[in-house]
Design a protein around this ligand. Structure first.
Ligand code: SF4
Ligand code: SF4
Length: 98
């Protein structure tokens, strides 16, 4: 967990599942995909599913749902989910955005 951050959501310790919210395919920069911070991966579909799931790089394969999903997945838009993800990791402060 990022320093100084307290999760606001209740997120189960077991049974964590990906709800395909798209945040982790949008918020972080991913060098293996030449994906910049805050931009949706070119392989992310409109349904927030991976278009190359069987061939996705190892960095994507190694990512597992965790408590951050509970913080972002219920937000209504991909933009909001991505911004919250970045805020949690200290990469953007959404409270200071206009
Ligand atoms: S942030 Fe979590 S719930 Fe959203 S797509 Fe990634 S793993 Fe799935
Ligand atoms: S390759 Fe697939 S799993 Fe990896 S960031 Fe892109 S859409 Fe997400």
């Amino acid at each position: 967990m990022p320093l100084g951050y307290s999760p606001r959501s209740a997120w189960p310790r077991t049974g964590r599942v990906c709800t395909a919210c798209g945040a982790c395919c949008t918020a972080p920069d991913i060098a293996a995909l030449v994906k910049p911070l805050g931009q949706p991966c070119v392989h992310l579909g409109a349904d927030c599913l991976c278009g190359i799931y069987a061939e996705r790089p190892s960095i994507c394969r190694s990512y597992s749902p965790d408590w951050v999903c509970g913080e972002v997945a219920l937000l209504p838009t991909l933009e909001e989910r991505s911004a919250r993800f970045l805020e949690i990791y200290g990469l953007i402060n959404i409270k200071t955005k206009p």
